[in-house]
Each structure stands twice: as structure tokens, then as C-alpha cells.
Design a protein around this ligand. Structure first.
Ligand code: ADP
Ligand code: GN1
Ligand code: MG
Length: 369
């Protein structure tokens, strides 16, 4: 899966980096792009960068994608400067290529981009301190407020129907029917679990059509490891992974964070007895998200927050199972059955969300503005 050293170095040299390259190693735990940490040195001073080969199977329109990233990061940079923040750490910063472009296409046709590396900050795969999760809720709530003034018509839809759950369901059923890897027989229970919840999937789109659920410029991939927490202050520092910023629903941005961060286990845990929805974590995130949203969410949006959490978890479980059935062609995997393990944690979490439904509604009501 990883590139050869020559390919990485060719790509790294195409950008306006400072000094000479010391190292370039795979980095982070994203499921989509190939990410490297590049370290350079000049006159004893170290300069670090994130070098990414973008996933062209997933993102068909790299030009549109990069125009979104450039537009959104420049917009955020201006706001951070106005608020006397640190624009090099509080937003992603693209490093241009030597010929002034936002990304580089190598001799094999692969597309690369580079960001300044944000140091002394961490992306977590599991909540270690509930305060971090509260911070992350506040930051994602605020992020959507900041983007409220972003010209939505300038955004390219990088993945059409990204959180269209009924469309995802159709793709899942097709994968079951085609069963190209001959795996459907061993996952009958999971298939059944998803089918039993088919009727729940269309609610958000129906409400949108009735004019009852607003479409907002959203991040669309708000998991905990897409936000950097400052090691020194414990504050949410920077929201990263801007590849899926598109029009979407606030309840899905909220829900995707709950799916990942309020789970007591990691997304790919194999011991399902460790998987549950933590009510204390659900509560701190909800408090943070509603505070960060500064009263902008409508009553319907607020009431639908638990639904957003359930739907993002179910949709993600369905996507992992679809990928397992199709032969692991979308998400990066690092072991046999990885996508199936991920699917199982998500479905176990859906079941726990359903068991705790009344508690979730009560928590949301407690913090409703
Ligand atoms: P993917 O789409 O594959 O998830 P991300 O853009 O989220 O890719 O990057 C993968 C990981 O790389 C992140 O979870 C984070 O740990 C790290 N990362 C990305 N950008 C930066 C940055 N500018 N500074 C430091 N770490 C970063
Ligand atoms: C992917 O890119 P990353 O790893 O942050 C995926 C999300 C899924 C998530 C599951 C573009 O996120 O939609 O929810 O994996 N991103 C894309 O962990 O498909
Ligand atoms: Mg990511």
C-alpha cells in the first residue's frame, strides 16, 4: 500500500520545503489518504510537514477537492488572524509546490499535497480525558458556525451522496446480491441487523424535503482523530481532514463524533463486550456541541441529535460491511477481517444507543438552549 522511498522523495521535493530532507515516515491512522510525516533540517533548525498522497479512488475530482481545501483554509486563516489567534496552528496550512500550485501530480499520475505539521498537539483514537471530548464538541459546534458564512455555492461536492443513508443502503444491498468475495453467508446476522433498520434511514432527507431540516456547510467526517488537541493547554486546537466539507446536516456532524468518541472501545475492537455508548461522554460532547453552536441549531435539529448519532453509527457499520463484501477496496485495512471487525463494533454500538435512547433524549433536553 505504501509508496516507495523514491516516489515519496520525488513528491516531497516538488514542494517549497525548507532545508534538506531528514526523514519521511508513514503517519497517523486515517483510513483514506496515505499520510507521511516529513522532517527537514536547515542550519540546525527542524521543519516538519505532513505529506499526503490523496486517495483518487475515493476522490474523483482532486482539483475540486483542493479548491475546497484552499478556499476553506484561507477563509479560516482570515478569521483566526482577526481573532488574534495563531494561523499556523489553528487551521491547516497548505505548502505550495515550487511552481506555485496547491498540489503536485507525480510521474505515475498520483496527486500529493503538503501541510505544515502541527506539533505539540495530538489526534486521539480514544477519549483519554473527557475534557478533550468536551473541547472537541465545542470546536465542531463552533466550526459549523464559522462556516455558516462560507459561500456554499463555491464548494465542490467531493463525494456525492456522502451521507445519503438510503443511497448507502442500496449500495449495501447490491454488494450483498453480488457477493463477489463469497462472504455474505458468514455475515447473515449483520445483514439482518441492518435490514431491520432500513425504515429509519430516510428521516433526515424527508425532513429536508419538507423544509424542516436545514442544509448547512458541514465537515462531514468529525471523528475524534480529525481534531488536534493542544498538548499544553488541553484546548481543541485545529480541525483537520477537510476533504469532505460540503453541504450536509448538523446532526450528522454531531452524530459522527458521538459514534467514534463516545464509544468505550476503539472502532476496530474485536472484543465486543468492550463496546458501549458512554453516557458521561455523550453528555460532555452534547454540552460542548450545543455551546459551540451558539444557539444556531433549530429545535428540530437539537431534538434529532440522538437520531444523528444512531444514523451515523448505522451508516458507518453498513459502509464497513459493504467494503468487506466488496473485497476491502475502500477503507485501508491492516489485517484480515478488519472491515468486518469495524462493522461489528458499529452495530454493537447502534444496539446500545437504542437501549439508552430515553437517557440520550433526556441529556439533549437538559442542554437545549
Ligand atoms: P485521512 O483522510 O486518511 O483520515 P487525515 O487528513 O485525517 O487523513 O490525516 C491522517 C492523520 O495525519 C490525522 O489523523 C493526524 O494524526 C495526522 N495529520 C494530518 N494533518 C496533520 C497536520 N497538519 N499536522 C499534524 N498531524 C496531521
Ligand atoms: C474515513 O478519512 P478518515 O479516516 O478520517 C471516512 C469516514 C468514515 C471513517 C470511519 C472520506 O474517515 O467517512 O466515517 O473513515 N472518510 C471518507 O472511521 O470516506
Ligand atoms: Mg482523517
Amino acid at each position: 500500500m505504501n509508496n516507495s522511498r523514491e516516489t515519496m522523495l520525488e513528491a516531497a521535493q516538488a514542494f517549497l520545503i525548507k532545508g534538506t530532507i531528514e526523514s519521511c515516515e508513514p503517519y497517523g491512522s486515517g483510513h483514506i489518504n496515505l499520510t507521511y510525516r516529513l522532517v527537514c533540517r536547515e542550519k540546525g533548525q527542524e521543519y516538519a510537514y505532513i505529506l499526503q498522497q490523496m486517495n483518487q479512488e475515493v476522490f474523483k475530482d482532486i482539483k475540486g477537492l483542493m479548491s475546497n481545501v484552499k478556499g476553506v483554509t484561507s477563509f479560516l486563516r482570515r478569521q483566526i488572524i482577526e481573532n488574534h489567534g495563531d494561523p499556523d496552528r489553528e487551521t491547516l496550512n497548505l505548502v505550495p509546490t515550487r511552481d506555485g500550485q496547491d498540489y503536485y501530480t507525480d510521474s505515475l499520475g498520483h496527486c500529493w499535497r503538503m501541510y505544515l505539521f502541527i506539533s505539540q498537539a495530538t489526534c486521539y483514537n480514544l477519549v483519554e480525558d473527557p475534557k478533550d471530548f468536551y473541547q472537541s464538541g465545542k470546536a465542531f459546534g463552533r466550526f459549523q458556525c464559522l462556516l455558516a458564512d462560507y459561500p456554499a455555492d463555491e464548494l465542490h461536492e467531493t463525494i456525492p451522496d456522502f451521507h445519503n443513508t438510503p443511497a448507502r443502503y442500496e449500495t449495501f444491498e447490491k454488494a450483498v446480491r453480488e457477493d463477489v468475495m463469497g462472504r455474505a453467508g458468514q455475515v447473515a446476522e449483520e445483514i439482518q441487523f441492518i435490514r431491520e433498520r432500513k425504515e429509519d434511514m430516510g428521516l433526515a432527507l424527508r425532513l429536508k424535503e419538507e423544509g424542516r431540516l436545514p442544509v448547512r456547510v458541514s465537515h462531514n467526517d468529525t471523528k475524534l482523530n480529525n481534531i488536534m488537541i493542544d498538548d499544553a493547554t488541553g484546548q481543541a486546537l485545529c480541525i483537520i481532514d477537510l476533504d469532505t466539507i460540503m453541504p450536509g446536516f448538523s446532526i450528522f456532524d454531531y452524530g459522527d463524533s458521538i459514534r467514534f468518541g463516545a464509544n468505550t472501545a476503539q472502532e476496530d475492537e474485536t472484543d465486543l463486550s468492550k463496546v458501549s455508548l458512554s453516557l458521561p461522554l455523550f453528555e460532555v460532547y452534547t454540552k460542548g456541541f450545543l455551546e459551540g453552536s451558539q444557539g444556531r441549531l433549530t429545535r428540530t435539529e437539537t431534538e434529532l441529535l440522538p437520531y444523528g448519532a444512531k444514523m451515523m453509527t448505522l451508516e458507518c457499520g453498513m459502509r464497513f460491511l459493504t467494503d468487506y463484501l466488496q473485497g476491502d477496496v475502500y477503507f485501508h485495512t491492516s489485517r484480515e477481517g478488519h472491515n468486518l471487525d469495524r462493522c461489528r463494533t458499529q452495530l454493537a454500538l447502534v444496539a446500545d444507543i437504542e437501549r439508552k435512547w430515553a437517557d440520550l433524549a433526556a441529556i439533549v433536553q437538559k442542554y437545549q438552549c
